[in-house]
Design a protein around this ligand. Sequence first.
Ligand SMILES: [Fe+2]
Length: 212
Amino acid sequence: MGQIHLSRRTFAGTGLASAGLVLATGARAFAERPLTAESPLGPFFPLSPPAESDADLTWLKGHSKRASGQVIEVTGRVLDEKGNPIAGARLDLWQANAAGRYAHPSDPAVAPLDPDFQGFASIVSDSKGDWRIVTIKPGSYDSPIGRRTPHIHFDIRGKIQRNIAQLYFPEEAKLNAGDMLYKGLGSEAGTSVAVRNTNDPNKYNWDIVLMG
Ligand SMILES: [Fe+2]
């Protein structure tokens, strides 16, 4: 008899959450991909939709200068737990600039704003579940819960699951290890760490897995 392993997330907030529930089904067993770990929304989601929200966060229309910092490309797919692509998933993402500052009135950071940085994007996965952004590698910053390691916030809306997540960078292992939110992910942390391209260190890949 086959089994379907349901993530505790499936039943988050219910009494079943911690049970590590396993349902017996009659179906053949299949290997599931772990769902992407969830994170708090945090205080810096844009208060209102920014004027520009395309996939290249490094250029703003009418500006003669590109955003400051290390330009990176992040590509990935939105998949269900069986590895099937989720087309048409909406990804809203927001992040600090290279100096670790959000363009948000609640950010108390003294680091400077970058007037050339978009800081937010709203994109949709294509028919193969693929998505891509060009952005600046975010800086780390101090917060009430301690030093935050570089990260990009994502709000992903798939077919039946919406997930708030954070992307982390593999080369920041030391800062990651000291980050309260990263540590809080426990054994799921790996689902939030992008893969750095071995040929081009400015390129990363991050697949997002949602319930399909
Ligand atoms: Fe953040």
